[in-house]
Design a protein. Structure first.
Lengths: 139, 139, 139, 139
């Protein structure tokens, strides 16, 4: 199921490469974060809104599948899909070559909404987050 | 099951921290790589031996569980355990606080042995790798 | 003096921030590399052309001046200027806020052209590099 | 002149390498930070003490000279030398191969003491910092 989606283009920088001349596997996490931030921006619920609401969304779990290596200068299309908002925020990521559409990488993250002041886990998403997703659906 | 194990101490550097004053989640992958390299060194089958054998071991899958955040200067003990060598190399990682033993992070990687020249997947591990593990068991 | 120039827009990602909530000083080097690659692309003499010519351009010296800290999501304009091509490649970098024009960072790099096969320093730039700069000037 | 010195051993991790099979130039900054933190620890005036004193020491300028490339697994000895404490904190860095003593890299940083609450530059170092350096000299 998809509650909200976004697509982000990222160009592979030189410093992300390893001696095999491909992106070092740990650097794909950066691409998922850039894309997740773009998705949250689109929804209108990014880190600033979280701070105002007194919550944060640390990553609790992450799974990654490395299918084909990305190379220098390659334009990647990172698709992000919110699959679940409550009790936890589940996002799926698919990285494809922006031109050919070939799939290179897949991932899932599970994030928990945590009250900043108390450190307590909340199993409901903040109102503004839910409304942002509703607005995006209608548009 | 454990075919081989190692423990590596890592001290959290300042540049691994994020604005929450804890290690950014993507940086734990670096700790797993440092620890995996130390384990392979102990076995006597590190990147140089792979190169000589004409193989490489790219990461195909990775799972991570973030339990408690690490902080600046904290000494981490990264335990690595080879659980399977064939057909794929499966390694498990547990990061604990080196003093208190509190568990902070867990991960698993699945790597495939690939012939460098052809790009073909091999489902048997190189002889030297297997012998290295045998030697370690006896010691 | 300016032999060639380019401007690149970079948006500060979350993972570049440090506990002070600003970009960690070491991450500005990444911005200079992204911008230098964009400049070389514009000239038509990027890493692929260097490889074909059998040369590389390692950084020999770098100077940086940190004027004002960049923050999360800030759009930066990185201006790059080739000031000298021979005997060494000297590039100047100025990072400004893309909206306000406020200067945040300045840098200089000095690179040496090195013959890949021999490791010997060359004090003349490859023909294609010089021609690319000439073409850009006329356009 | 040397007010205080330290030496730190760093082993080059795989993820710091670039496609040339050497440490990417931007990663040397990480080594200078690890070594600077070790020096400040030895003096007894690290980030925690700065926080208690309500000051911070942002990097204002940095110069780097890349002499010879470091490679995977190489053990580096990073020597740090405080050359000036007031009005600014000037530190010099020399990275050598830990075994052969061959010099690979040199750098200088200039840091300014800034009052956290006001953002005002202070041209005197905090008392505890000066005392820590005095103690180290006598030992």
């Amino acid at each position: 199921m998809s509650l909200a989606e976004a697509e982000t283009i990222i160009e592979v920088p030189f410093f992300d490469l390893d001696p095999m001349n491909v992106v070092w596997h740990g650097n794909y996490i950066k691409y998922t974060e850039i894309a997740r931030c773009a998705l949250l921006d689109k929804i209108g619920y990014s880190y600033d809104e979280m701070r105002i609401d007194g919550v944060m969304y640390p990553i609790a779990k992450m799974e990654m599948k490395f299918i084909k290596s990305a190379v220098f200068g390659q334009k990647l299309c990172v698709k992000t899909i919110i699959e679940e908002l409550e009790p936890g925020l589940n996002i799926r990521y698919i990285i494809k070559d922006a031109k050919t559409g070939e799939t290179l990488f897949k991932a899932k993250t599970m994030q928990i909404c945590v009250e900043f002041a108390t450190g307590k886990s909340l199993y409901e998403a903040p109102e503004k987050f839910k409304k942002g997703i509703e607005c995006l659906k209608k548009s």
